[in-house]
Design a protein around this ligand. Structure first.
Ligand code: ASP
Length: 346
């Protein structure tokens, strides 16, 4: 009898020791919330003018307030993400839609994706040249096709059939981005080695990289949506596609865990499966959003040599902004309407 009691106590002790640790955040922080980014990179205060900084902040505010109002009025996170991203796609400040960077052939090829955390449905487009708002094309792929990712001409034909606005490719031209391409091409000519990496990502050319936009929203029903839209990287060639339209890399959402939108050097984000890894660490290791985003960006991505960051929201409305670059345009609004906008590290 005594022996059985001893064994029972011992086994329950062992069980309690090996029991999976409780998620560190089980309480609802926000009934609904929204986070956005406008790209990460070498964004330094010393290279900013007060006017430029004010312009970025005003646009980030306009974008996030649009999504916030949708959520506050009981709208869906899908609508909030799409409409918020429209504001940034329509602004020449960001590398998405109007303001997209140029390819080596002096064209603009845009990528976008969206994911619904409620049912894990997702849609994406890559290399579109004439769809005014690529994020809407991604949403249509998700809701009105049997596919997840459409590319190039086919994606444009689909978008047109869906009644989306198609524009002349010249609509996407901006002087600033065109100049960045010329500068990179000049450098490329004189470079000793024709390493495409250095051509794409010359840190001395401030506007040559990043500027992608992204949004994650949690609505009052507990549904998480994440979306990302980009022009990719300056001087990209051969119909290069980055991480932004790749589900699991640039975008991921799962109501059980979190929603993530990435920005940075796409090749590394694809290889590290950044967005999905964050969700997976929460699901399988019971990590908090903060722990998971920190590990993926500051540890795993950094070790690979990748640069960039993410904005993320968990199912309880906790937020995370993690990046390993000098800055990341970012903003958040909680269910009380508190707005935070930041650009630099601290
Ligand atoms: N991730 C994007 C790409 O590689 C670029 C960016 O986020 O700025 O296409």
């Amino acid at each position: 009898m005594k022996k059985t009691f001893f064994l029972l106590t011992l086994s329950s002790l062992i069980l309690s020791c090996t029991k999976v640790k409780e998620p560190s955040t089980t309480l609802k922080t926000n009934e609904f919330a929204i986070v956005i980014h406008g790209g990460a990179g070498t964004i330094l205060k010393k290279n900013m003018t007060p006017e430029k900084e004010a312009a970025y902040k005003a646009k980030l505010k306009e974008a996030i307030t649009t999504g916030y109002n949708i959520l506050k009025n009981g709208g869906t996170s899908l609508d909030a993400v799409e409409k918020t991203i429209h504001i940034m796609e329509n602004s020449p400040l960001f590398n998405a839609g109007k303001g997209a960077v140029f390819t080596h052939n002096e064209t603009n090829e845009m990528d976008a994706s969206i994911m619904n955390g409620n049912n894990l449905n997702a849609g994406a487009v890559a290399g579109v040249t004439d769809v005014k708002n690529p994020i809407s094309a991604a949403r249509k792929v998700m809701t009105n096709s049997n596919h997840v990712l459409l590319s190039g001409k086919g994606a444009s034909i689909f978008a047109k059939e869906q009644g989306l606005e198609i524009v002349e490719p010249s609509y996407f031209f901006t002087e600033k981005r065109f100049k960045s391409l010329q500068k990179i091409k000049e450098k490329e000519k004189t470079a000793l080695d024709h390493d495409t990496k250095s051509a794409f990502y010359d840190p001395e050319i401030k506007d040559s990289k990043y500027g992608t936009v992204g949004c994650v929203a949690l609505d009052k029903k507990g549904n998480i949506t994440a979306g990302t839209s980009t022009g990719g990287m300056t001087n990209k060639r051969w119909n290069r596609i980055g991480d932004s339209p790749i589900i699991g890399s640039g975008t991921y959402a799962n109501n059980k865990t979190c929603g993530v939108s990435s920005t940075g050097w796409g090749e590394y984000f694809i290889r590290a499966q950044v967005a999905y890894d964050i969700s997976a660490q929460m699901e399988y290791q019971n990590k908090s959003l903060k722990e998971a985003t920190k590990d993926v960006i500051q540890n795993k991505l950094t070790k690979l040599g990748g640069t960039g960051g993410v904005v993320a929201l968990d199912k309880n409305g906790n937020m995370s902004f993690e990046f390993n670059t000098a800055g990341m345009y970012r903003a958040s609004m909680d269910d009380k309407g508190e707005l935070i906008i930041k650009i630099y590290k601290n």
